[in-house]
Design a binder for this molecule. Structure first.
Ligand SMILES: [Zn+2]
Length: 116
């Protein structure tokens, strides 16, 4: 079974977006505790923290994007950004590599974790 991979930047973006939603859900839960000021404040702060965290993650994506290598995808010919030695095209999920030694090999995320 082939695992479904997505581009790293896209994945982090999805994570940041879900953090915002989680933050709102937590704040919404806080409304049910409006009779108890402590728990309501607790949930509101937790939700706020989650939204702040997502802002930090978005900021982090911005930092990562500046370090990402811009390449033109050989498959769909659109410009895409890649992180690490192997990544996926943002548009067509074509596996891309910067390392000629890995070219043609099956896509494996563990290549990113190898250090020399
Ligand atoms: Zn592509």
């Amino acid at each position: 079974m082939a695992k479904k991979y997505t581009s790293k930047i896209n994945r982090i973006r999805t994570f940041a977006l879900s953090l915002i939603f989680i933050g709102f859900v937590i704040m919404y839960v806080g409304i049910f505790f409006r009779t108890s000021p402590f728990w309501m404040t607790f949930f509101m702060l937790l939700g706020l923290l989650s939204i702040v965290a997502s802002t930090v993650v978005y900021f982090w994506i911005g930092m990562l994007s500046t370090r990402a290598v811009q390449v033109v995808c050989p498959n769909c010919e659109k410009p895409t950004k890649m992180l690490g030695r192997v990544d996926m095209c943002m548009h067509c999920k074509e596996p891309l590599t910067l390392d000629p030694a890995l070219e043609g090999k099956e896509f494996n995320e563990s290549y990113n974790r190898k250090h020399k």
